[in-house]
Design a protein around this ligand. Structure first.
Ligand code: CU
Length: 107
């Protein structure tokens, strides 16, 4: 008797689940800069903000529909933000006004 689902069929059926789970990207804050300073992701993906500096950061976005606020982030801390809609988010640091990250989120 043939198995009901082949491995290939199973892989195809499970693929949408992987898409829903999304991809995690890491953005470092080092030397009072975001690294990278621009990143393109897809809806459902997440960004892990890591403070690799010896100073605190305070990352936020006020971009419409894509607002978030990590608040005070100590050296070594990591915070994950997921993005569930398309658009462009400008990310700044409340402590260091020169810091800027642009996230482009596609469908
Ligand atoms: Cu900062």
């Amino acid at each position: 008797m043939r198995p009901l689902f082949s491995i290939t069929t199973l892989a195809i059926l499970l693929m949408p689940l992987a898409a829903i789970a999304g991809t995690d990207y890491t953005v470092s804050q080092k030397g009072k800069k975001f690294r990278p300073s621009e990143i393109s992701i897809n809806v459902g993906d997440s960004i892990i903000f890591v403070n690799d500096d010896k100073t605190r950061h305070n990352v936020y976005s006020k971009s419409t529909g894509l607002e978030f606020k990590i608040k005070k982030q100590k050296p070594g801390d990591r915070n994950t933000i997921s993005f569930d809609r398309a658009g462009a988010a400008e990310v700044r640091c409340a402590i260091h006004p020169k810091m800027k990250l642009v996230i482009t989120i596609s469908e």
